[in-house]
Design a protein around this ligand. Structure first.
Ligand code: PGA
Length: 253
């Protein structure tokens, strides 16, 4: 059985007090309402991580994630946060290569390969994000584009390292737009990703890889998306900012 995961990416939202309140609500709702083996990840802004860790550390199945990390180990990189620092405050997962990082901060596939390495060295589990723009979708060459993102950032890993990776497929045209990929579109790409991974790492590793869908995932479409055979959960943006919506998504399996 593949691990089911729902991760909330808060992006640059919520003051500390708002974040603590949201977390308290999610912790309670998940404890009361969620059954089964789904893992829940909360990825708040960096400066909230330490306090959120205090709130979730006794909560079954809820883990802390960061939205990014530096590709450097330490040193004169003003404003950056290292993987080692994240691990030191209780972070378990880290998003690598979110499309907003790629687009607004020019993160390249090669730079992301370094972030993956440093995350793994520090025992963080990377959630590697990939996905195409509307232009690429309309050109019809989206599968090749996504496979190349994966190849350039991940295929230097050995099998043991690769087995720690989670992949999030997030079509850029669906992020924050209210326009979700259909379950057929999501399943098509997820299956293509799994096949591509199988070609490099073998069927067993590909079958055990969790592949999350992201992009306007909401309580009213999560059930259908999560019922696709190759969709193992979601990376949630907007709907992760409301405890009811987020918990309802977690309950959609
Ligand atoms: P969204 O964002 O759910 O608001 O579309 C998803 C993401 O960017 O991870």
């Amino acid at each position: 059985m593949r691990q089911k995961i729902v991760a909330g990416n808060w992006k640059m939202n919520k003051t500390l007090n708002e974040g603590l309140k949201l977390t308290t609500e999610i912790v309670n709702m998940v404890a009361d309402e969620v059954r089964g083996d789904v893992k829940v990840i909360l990825a708040p802004p960096y400066i909230h991580l330490t306090q959120l860790n205090g709130q979730i550390k006794n909560a079954d199945r809820i883990f802390l994630g960061a939205q990014n990390c530096s590709q450097h180990k330490s040193g004169a990189f003003t404003g950056e946060i290292s993987a080692e620092m994240l691990a030191s405050v209780g972070v378990s997962y880290v998003l690598v290569g979110h499309s907003e990082r790629r687009e607004y901060f020019n993160e390249s596939n090669l730079q992301l390969a370094s972030k993956i390495d440093i995350a793994l060295e520090n025992n963080l589990l990377p959630i590697f994000c990939c996905g195409e723009s509307l232009d690429i979708r309309e050109s019809g060459k989206y599968e090749a584009f996504i496979c190349n993102q994966i190849k350039e950032s991940l295929f230097h890993l050995n099998e043991e390292q690769f087995s720690k990776i989670v992949i999030a497929y997030e079509p850029i045209w669906a992020i924050g737009t209210g326009k979700t990929a259909t379950s057929e579109q999501a399943q098509e790409v997820h299956a293509a990703i799994r096949k591509f991974i199988a070609g490099q790492y073998g069927g067993e590793i590909a079958e055990s890889l969790s592949i999350l869908y992201g992009g306007s995932c909401k309580p009213d479409n999560a059930k259908e998306l999560f019922s696709c055979p190759d969709v193992d959960g979601g990376l949630i943006g907007g709907a992760a900012l409301k405890s009811r919506d987020f918990t309802d998504i977690v309950k959609s399996f």
